[in-house]
Write a protein that binds this ligand. Sequence first.
Ligand SMILES: [Zn+2]
Length: 246
Amino acid sequence: MSLVTTRAVVLQTYRYSETSKILRLMTWELGPCSTLARGALRPRSRFGGLLEPFVEGEATFYMKEGRDLHTLSNFELVRDRRGLDQSIELFTIASVLCELVMRLAPEHRDATLYQTLTRGLDGLHGLGGRAAEGPVTGGLEYVWGVVDALGFRPELERCVVCRRRVGKERVRFDFPAGGLRCASCGAGGPRLDAAEIDALRALVSGVPAAAPGPYGNQGRWLAEFIRYHLAEGAKLNSLPFLSRLT
Ligand SMILES: [Zn+2]
């Protein structure tokens, strides 16, 4: 048994008993890890109610070789991102980020994925801070960032069938083929107009983009792409909510 201290983001929590919680963490040092936080649900727990999704801290746990569940001994707060649940849109997007990482992160250190996750959660938290100024939109670029960091970037410049450069006329998003399909290559997926193509390209390259309407079809298309390429066979609970962003 060894004692490990590492920066970690809480991805999800489950009640384990009357007083304890299981945490799914994305750690800087080891990739995804599960830990048991004994007593975390007691009113005067030393974890002080901090162990909630999206929160980041320095986690210390006892690691048992060959075991999947380690025992958390300490959690020092680094970034408190609680409050994202004030916006259903931002909460949905943050949940997709965490669920993608939880299900698909490699079982070892992945600095790019860790940084992409935390940049996304920080960005969403920043958008949440502006909620008082009007309806919150945006944040899909952070999910595309995590999709990219996991190794799945859609092809948006050349047709996925004939490899010719695609224009903006009668272009379709062919989800199974993984990108845009030109007019000559026939039907397959929803048709995008020029503004939607521009918005999609912006989001995939990490730039916030306003589609027609706050989210337009972009949430649905992102969910479809994830379903075909990342979550085949795996049910991501947050994905239907992403499809319904408007
Ligand atoms: Zn083509």
